[in-house]
Design a protein around this ligand. Structure first.
Ligand code: PEP
Ligand code: MN
Length: 439
């Protein structure tokens, strides 16, 4: 008999003040249509299998925490533009397919290292993401409200609907490669570099047209959704048995991952992830031992199925060159088929003198470089990049070619959780990775 998920310890779950309201919300969620389809999850698993074989590269990015207020056409479009531009830069350099997965349409729950937050001598419960409580620093807003799970579902549905329209309805057409480069980016060095690359792509497209190739595949993009599977009541309420295969899928997103704070081997999060058929990720940090890694693989991918498991390493720039090799070596020696993806954000966070949580762009770049060095040294495939970014001109990470100084962080610091790369910094990072990827 399998253990009920509820019998296992589940870290980082809210305590709803009103249990019956939570049960009511879960009942309503269970009746809602799926946000994604099982067949799409299977297709993504196949795409990720190519990543694990070294034949494709994964680009995964989006907000640290989406917000209900952020569900607007401009916000979603700007993030998609940024991802599309990054993907073009990477595809052109790597001459291999780039699998595009957005941290979008479901990234509403946040794990916290501290359960309270203190400001000016006032202590309140920490913000746990819009799916749980409000960001506003008032007692009322920080009370967990289970009705927010339904709002998260609807916000995800609206975001995904818009995303599907954008990527299928002509916006992602490769012939639009110039139009994704907005004016402010066009005036930055990374934007100008992008313009030159877009010009070369245009030329290639004209050549293809001249010889009568006008492939339909250039007009559409395959883009998948992803988020951390953190709030288990929400994720289980959206888990459905697929009528084609009889297997359970978490239909809240195509790809879900288990975070650094919830990957306990005997915990409910890994148990949940082990039971769904979606492609899944797990974060691995500097304290992960080779044995831990093998135990994670055994739990999440006992059949060693290509595309099933992605390790997202988040070591920190100072540690990656020492911490990653023993893990990759162990995985290789044991014949694992997992993909390796670099999250250069979460090991490089610090607090600036102004009190803003930030990251240095140089540290982010350095961790990415370290990630490639490790894989090149071991002869393994640096499979992808997992980043926190936004399509707007925010000032949350320090540095970059259009440099943001620590004392300038306050001018457009808009994140409700971790600092994100802005549009220009994201594009710069893509160019760096492109150089590292060049065959
Ligand atoms: C995140 O991806 O926002 C996150 C909390 O990451 P980690 O679990 O790696 O700390
Ligand atoms: Mn984060």
């Amino acid at each position: 008999m399998t253990t009920a998920l509820g019998a296992l310890p589940a870290a980082q779950q809210p305590e709803w003040p009103d249990r019956s309201a939570a049960e009511q919300a879960v009942t309503e969620l269970r009746a809602m249509p799926p946000l994604v389809f099982a067949g799409e999850c299977d297709l993504l698993r196949e795409r990720l299998a190519a990543v694990s074989r070294g034949e494709a590269f994964l680009l995964q990015g989006g907000d640290c925490a989406e917000t209900f207020d952020g569900v607007s056409a401009d916000n979603v479009r700007n993030k998609l533009k940024t991802l599309l531009q990054m993907a073009v830069v990477l595809t052109y350099a790597a001459s291999m397919p780039v699998v595009k997965v957005a941290r979008l349409a479901g990234q509403y729950a946040k794990p916290r290292s501290k359960s309270t937050e203190t400001r000016d001598g006032v202590t309140l419960p920490a913000f746990r993401g819009d799916i749980v409580n409000g960001f506003e620093f008032t007692e009322a807003s920080r009370v967990p409200d289970p009705h927010r799970m339904l709002r998260a579902y609807h916000a995800s549905a609206a975001t995904l609907n818009l995303t599907r329209a954008f990527v299928g309805g002509g916006f992602a057409d490769l012939h639009q490669v110039h139009s994704w480069n907005t004016d402010f980016v066009r005036t930055s060095p990374a934007g100008q570099r992008y313009e030159r690359l877009a010009g070369r792509i245009d030329q290639a497209l004209r050549f293809m047209r001249a010889i009568d190739i006008d492939a339909e595949t250039l007009r559409k993009v395959e883009l998948y959704s992803s988020h951390e599977a953190l709030l288990l009541e929400y994720e289980t309420a959206l888990t459905r048995v697929d009528s084609r295969t009889g297997s359970p899928y978490d239909v809240s997103g195509h790809f879900v991952w288990v975070g650094e704070r919830t990957r306990q081997l005997d915990g409910a999060h890994l148990e949940f992830a082990s039971r769904i058929r979606n492609p899944i990720g797990v974060k691995v940090g500097p304290t992960t031992s080779p044995d831990d890694l093998m135990a994670l693989a055994e739990k999440l991918d006992p059949d060693r199925e290509p595309g099933r498991l992605t390790f997202v390493s988040r070591m920190g720039a100072a540690k990656i060159r020492e911490a990653l090799p023993p893990l990759v070596q162990k995985a290789t020696a044991s014949g694992l088929v997992a993909s390796w993806v670099c999250d250069p954000m979460h090991g490089n966070t610090y607090e600036a003198a102004s009190g803003h949580k930030t990251r240095k762009f140089d540290d982010v770049m350095d961790e990415v470089r370290g990630f490639f060095e490790v894989h090149h040294g071991l002869g393994t495939h640096p499979g992808g990049l997992h980043v926190e970014l936004t399509g707007d001109d925010v000032t949350e990470c320090v540095g970059g070619g259009d440099p943001i100084a620590e004392d300038g962080l306050g001018s457009r610091y808009e994140t409700v959780c971790d600092p994100r790369l802005n549009r220009t910094q994201s594009l710069e990072l893509a160019f760096l990775v492109a150089e590292l990827l060049e065959p």
